[in-house]
Ligand binder design. Structure first.
Ligand code: SAH
Length: 209
């Protein structure tokens, strides 16, 4: 899977490729889907939700410019796989907070992370509405949303450090653009469009109702 993502140009940075090589994706899938873990396709994880395709995870990891020591917030933890990959890149002082709206998925993702050997010092799973961010642990060096948002939720922009990077699929329920917001050291925001994508909808206060 990693060889293919390198060849196709989704993976560019050796540390990001190494992170994806390290995390066993099959441990984040329900037993019946495990044999499909290393093909480049999204998979059902229950409750009508999906784990993103590996190339989308690779693209997002690259665009987040992750480094050891960073504090990262993920909105839409799902299976825990994406958070596990991020954790490889920020460990040695860094940490990931992964918020998941569906309680049963949050519980399962915690079990997935532990079975992959990732301790809660590296990834903390929180059940709740991630469109509100996580005031208690803010501010974050990096924030990413793993579901489709009608707009970047304002609380997330406030909870982003200066400098900082936020990544979110923004658009309609059907199709979105991967939006990257860069916050400068002075707190100025710049917005970039990184192309089309399709994610399941964000729920909660700033999501689709
Ligand atoms: N990154 C995940 C895939 C996420 S799928 C992985 O690696 O498996 C998107 C997830 O976002 C779904 O599990 C959905 O339940 C969750 N979600 C939707 N709205 C949310 C919200 N407001 N807060 C937190 N999670 C939310």
């Amino acid at each position: 899977m990693v060889q293919r993502l390198l060849r196709e140009g989704y993976l560019r940075t050796p540390a990001v490729a190494q992170a994806m090589r390290t995390v066993p994706r099959h441990l984040f899938l329900p037993p019946r889907q495990q044999r499909l873990a290393y093909i480049d396709s999204p998979q059902q994880i229950g409750e009508g939700q999906t784990i993103s395709a590996p190339h989308m995870v690779a693209m997002m990891l690259e665009r987040l410019e992750l480094a050891p020591g960073q504090k990262v917030l993920e909105v839409g933890g799902g299976s825990g796989y994406h958070a596990a990959c991020v954790a490889q890149l920020v460990r040695h002082g860094g940490k990931v907070w992964s918020i998941e709206y569906v309680k049963s998925l949050a519980e399962r993702s915690m079990a997935n992370l532990r079975s992959a050997g990732i301790p809660d010092d590296d990834v903390v799973v929180v059940a709740g509405d991630g469109s509100l961010g996580l005031e208690d642990a803010a501010p974050f060096d990096r924030i990413f949303i793993s579901c489709a948002a009608p707009e970047v939720p304002p609380p997330l922009l406030r909870q982003l450090k200066a400098p900082g990077i936020l990544l979110a699929p923004v658009g309609s329920r059907q199709i979105q653009s991967l939006v990257r917001v860069i916050k400068s050291p002075e707190g100025r925001l710049t917005r970039e469009d990184h192309g089309g994508c399709i994610f399941v909808p964000l729920r909660g206060k700033y999501g689709f109702d």
